[in-house]
Design a binder for this molecule. Structure first.
Ligand code: SF4
Length: 535
């Protein structure tokens, strides 16, 4: 086996049952999602086919390409559950890419808090990987380098089996560290990789999961809670994108996902959408043979300042036929004070005081172009009060009252060590303004309504059996969830403590949970319909 092996934890190295949004299930406490559901639906193991994993996350492909470009070709990518089989005395370096190893990402932090605390599936999967790597390392003595978007979490508490925590971008410095390890030289405990120019970013050499192709890096808006800084922005040249699209399509992918922090930034000048560059990009990908072209992020001010181009790219990308394009869009806050302080350039070319206007006018443009935004909000800044939350509730209501096809997710703002707010306190439940729970309730009530409408379209791309299961679960689970969020609002979050009783992953825990859930359901029904219960 190769001297360099790259891997990821299971929560990252999976295809999420064919629908990337199902990846959020791994952000729940592991107690509340039975392992068989993770194994067969939400995070199935990737299998090997002709000596290669059936699909590989784009980040690992990019690191593999960087190693090859630097003459390190004795590299293989191995799924976590197969490390025991493939790691041996030839292995000198194990590189691990992580996305949420300690369960501290905003979505995980919120979901674990709401469901009574405890370890998330993302953290559980990392624990399982840790156990395997630690055992193999004591046998074969290879070096371990951990990087990826959540390397900052490892930096908070570095396990003793990790040699180097690698922050930042991989292309320039990761190969140097690997060479050092191969030469038996001492490694630094942590390092921040320098930022490559676009001509220093090699294209992937084998296909990436979901047909992903990165088209921009970084973001010029400079929000303080984000680890991406304005000076990091780059647009990837057409020729490189073309190569990666061709590669993905030639190996069986039918759709292409263009990865960026805001698709409308491609080729931008001074934050103005570049219509010519965008239309050229989408047309090229379509002409290469892509059926649908999707993108994980877009911005509301970008949409409002370039409605024509949004419609054009939607037409080229086939989104009106696809009907499942739900990119993440930063809504963040309704508070002018919080926006001015933490993300002054977010609404550019508008001002923080225009933010509600931007959102209420950009959302229908997106919906007309068959783009259904997943709005994320960041809540829990130290100076945030109930007055600020009233403004955030107001902006959420402007989406709800207009019945826009959009989701609103109020998430706690996490002080990532790689951001400008690293010294802020963590937004634990008792630190959140009391009206957070009202915002959460109205948002989730609407999210459930929209999910019921959208899920049949969105699950069409899944295997039909899984799609049927997901749709059935959606309708049966949702009838109870709304009551849960109402109770969370009424108790200012303390209802969450009840969920600490649930454990669906041990036999006694399962029996106790069923007992508890039955009681909880009966008491909820009783409070909704007292006559029926007493008769
Ligand atoms: S707009 Fe988004 S990607 Fe850009 S800095 Fe702000 S949060 Fe980060």
């Amino acid at each position: 086996m190769n001297s360099v092996i790259l891997t990821s934890d299971r929560g990252t190295f999976t295809n999420f049952g064919g629908m990337s949004t199902l990846g959020y299930v791994a952000c729940l406490p592991y107690r509340v999602v039975p392992r068989p559901l993770m194994n067969y639906i939400f995070a199935p193991e990737v299998r090997m086919k002709n000596g290669e994993p059936e699909y590989v996350p784009y980040a690992l492909r990019k690191v593999e390409a960087a190693l090859h470009a630097n003459g390190i070709t004795d590299v293989s990518i191995i799924p976590p559950q197969l490390l025991e089989k493939y790691v041996n005395e030839n292995t000198k370096v194990l590189g691990i890419n992580v996305h949420d190893p300690y369960g501290l990402s905003p979505v995980t932090f919120k979901l674990t808090m709401l469901f009574g605390g405890g370890e998330s599936w993302t953290a559980k999967f990392f624990d399982e990987l840790s156990e395997t790597v630690s055992r193999l390392k004591s046998k074969y003595h290879f070096k371990v380098i951990i990087g990826g978007p959540a390397a900052w979490q490892i930096g908070l508490k570095k396990p003793d089996w990790v040699d180097t925590v690698f922050n930042g971008e991989a292309e320039l410095d990761f190969p140097l560290i690997v060479k050092k390890a191969l030469n038996g030289e001492e490694l630094p405990g942590s390092i921040t990789g320098r930022m490559p120019k676009v001509n220093e970013i090699p294209t992937i050499i084998k296909p990436a999961r979901f047909g992903e192709v990165q088209v921009t890096r970084g973001c010029p808006r400079g929000c303080q809670f984000c680890s991406i800084t304005p000076e990091t922005f780059r647009s990837i040249p057409y020729e490189d994108i073309e190569k990666e699209v061709k590669l993905n399509l030639s190996t069986g992918y039918r759709d292409i996902e263009l990865v960026s922090d805001d698709i409308l930034l491609y080729g931008q000048k001074k934050l103005q959408a570049n219509e010519e560059a965008l239309v050229k990009l989408f047309t090229m990908v379509k002409n290469l043979g892509a059926r649908y072209i999707t993108f994980p992020h877009i911005s509301a001010p970008g949409v409002l300042s370039a409605p024509k181009v949004v419609n054009e790219i939607s037409e080229i990308a086939g989104l009106k036929e696809y009907m499942a394009e739900a990119p993440v869009v930063g809504l963040e806050t309704g508070s002018v004070k919080i926006m001015r302080h933490y993300m002054n350039a977010k609404p550019f070319p508008w001002k923080p005081e225009d933010w509600k206007y931007v959102i209420t006018n950009a959302t229908p443009i997106m919906n007309d172009a068959a783009i259904f935004p997943c709005y994320t909000m960041t809540i829990g800044y130290p100076e945030e009060t109930d007055d600020d939350l009233d403004q955030s509730i107001d902006i959420a209501l402007s989406i709800i009252d207009n019945k826009f096809k959009a989701w609103v997710f109020p998430l706690p703002v996490i002080p990532m060590t790689s951001s400008h707010i690293k010294d802020n306190p963590f937004p634990y439940m008792d630190k959140l303004p009391s009206k957070y729970w009202d915002l959460l309730y109205i948002s989730w009530k609407y999210d459930l309504y929209i999910t019921r409408i959208m899920m049949p379209h969105m699950s069409k791309k899944m295997n039909p059996v899984l799609s049927g299961i997901v749709n059935m679960m959606t309708s049966s689970i949702f009838s109870h969830i709304e009551d849960v969020f109402r109770e969370l609002a009424e108790t200012h979050g303390h209802k969450a403590e009840d969920f600490a009783n649930i454990n669906l992953n041990t036999v006694t825990g399962f029996i106790k949970s069923m007992y508890w859930l039955t009681r909880a359901t009966v008491s909820t029904s009783a409070s909704r319909n007292p006559k029926k219960i007493s008769s």
